[in-house]
Ligand binder design. Structure first.
Ligand code: ADP
Ligand code: ASP
Ligand code: MG
Length: 424
């Protein structure tokens, strides 16, 4: 008997009919002789709607209360799915994250899973029941409070449970047929990948491809859990994300995909004295303000004359962190000795990812050639072993993504299908 963990995203459980459809899929997997654990997200855009409501009653909602509010979305789905399964004559039981043993640190809104103790899930499975678990949430032992795992975090619940239960299969069901060479909502000519290595998937998720939560991919890599990403609404076998050795026989694609991210801002600290220790001071201020930064670029001073013995440092960070970091840098201006702090919220990041970049040359030439031909101005560049990212004006980002997708030969003749969801 195999143990399968299935995760259904918000658009897969968006209304009563979809929940009944999911119930049938789950029962079919159970009837085929498997033990089945199902992780669910909140229905449709519930999480966004709850966040909107919170903003209407409070300018500065407390992170603890926000977590109490948001976790209710997943509880609605878990109970409704269990009811639907029961109504079809199969046995199931639903569990909150804390009942399922998802233990986290105490960071509200972006908690990390510290431990998984799925005793009650095992019990339910041993008694022949289907176990339904509310995604995206956990429990902190010290504060005794409910936490959430960050937007998109139900994927992480599923992978963590699959690792803890040593599941034979972890399936992530969504509103598209798998992982594509680009977001099919943005680039309809994107192609579905049959498989992708976990490292490339990690870079794509980090670069903004929201098909999988980055922490879920990190978990899959660390605990060697293979994932199958597929659609709730078709029988397509989807995409395998290989974390195990089988993937070694795969031919590494030079470029697996293109991802974009409009969620970042850029800050430029202008006129910093060109002397040792200044970058350290600056990033200490940023760290104390509590922001995760992404790209960093420093232009070195030419040092030709005295007025030129200064440099500028630019970096990108999540849009929501921009205001507090600018305030902290302005407060530290006399200590750092810079001239001013400027920022830009209207930027977009475009990334191309591929494990084959390690051994193939010419990727940068193709990328920059395509951007030049499309008339796109590049503001920043950063690279890893298997990724190149550029920052552009956000209004040019979609054009840039299309041009680059075409230049790497990723376009398909067939248009990708998006089965449900609003893409919010
Ligand atoms: P779920 O609610 O099932 O978790 P999400 O909305 O979080 O679904 O993620 C699925 C969406 O991710 C797709 O509808 C698609 O628009 C988007 N997406 C972004 N990049 C990709 C990609 N490379 N491949 C497939 N989908 C992608
Ligand atoms: N419902 C949560 C969100 O919208 C978690 C998830 O869907 O994975 O972010
Ligand atoms: Mg998701």
């Amino acid at each position: 008997m195999a143990l399968i963990v299935q995760k259904y995203g918000g658009s897969s459980v968006g209304d009563a009919d979809k929940i009944k459809h999911v119930a049938k899929r789950v029962i079919a997997a159970h009837k085929a002789g498997n033990q089945v654990v199902v992780v669910v997200s909140a229905m449709g855009d519930t999480t966004d709607e709850l966040l909107d409501l919170a903003q209407q009653v409070s300018d500065n909602p407390s992170p603890r209360e926000l977590d109490m509010l948001l976790t209710s979305g997943e509880r609605i789905s878990m109970a409704l799915l269990s009811l639907a399964i029961n109504a079809l004559g199969a046995k199931s039981r639903s569990f909150t994250g804390s009942q399922a043993g998802i233990i986290t640190d105490e960071v509200h809104g972006n908690a990390r899973i510290a431990e998984v103790t799925p005793g009650r899930i095992r019990e339910a499975l041993d008694e022949g029941d289907i176990a339904i678990v509310a995604g995206f949430q956990g429990f902190n032992r010290e504060s005794k409070d409910i936490t959430t795992l960050g937007r998109g975090g139900s994927d992480t619940t599923a992978v963590a449970l699959a690792a803890a239960l040593e599941a034979d299969l972890c399936e992530i069901y969504s509103d598209v047929d798998g992982v594509y060479t680009a977001d099919p909502r943005q680039i309809p000519s994107a192609q579905k990948l049959d498989s992708i290595d976990v490292e490339s998937m990690l870079e794509l998720a980090a670069a903004g491809a929201k098909i999988l939560h980055i922490r879920a991919v990190e978990f899959a890599r660390r605990h060697k859990v293979d994932l199958r990403v597929r659609s709730t609404f078709s029988e397509d076998p989807g995409t395998i994300v290989y974390a195990n050795n089988q993937g070694e026989n795969m031919e590494e694609s030079v470029v697996s995909g293109v991802a974009t991210d409009k969620g970042q801002s850029k800050i430029i600290v202008v006129g910093i004295p060109d002397e040792p220790g200044k970058a350290a001071q600056l990033f200490e201020v940023v760290a104390e303000a509590g922001a995760n930064i992404d790209m960093i670029v420093q232009n070195t001073s030419t040092g030709i004359d005295v007025t030129d013995k200064v440099s500028d440092i630019s970096f990108t960070l999540p849009k929501g962190d921009r205001a507090k970091v600018v305030a902290a840098l302005e407060a530290a201006q006399s200590k750092i000795g810079n001239r001013e702090v400027v920022w830009d919220d209207e930027i977009g990041k475009l990334s191309v990812v591929g494990a084959g970049m390690r051994t193939h040359s010419g990727v940068s030439a193709t990328l920059f050639g395509a951007l030049a031909k499309a008339g796109i101005n590049i503001e920043m560049i950063s690279t890893s072993e298997i990724r190149i990212s550029v920052v552009t004006d956000d209004k040019q980002l979609d054009d840039a993504a299309r041009a680059v997708h075409t230049a790497f030969g990723l376009d398909s003749e067939i248009e990708a299908v998006v089965y449900a969801g609003t893409g919010r």
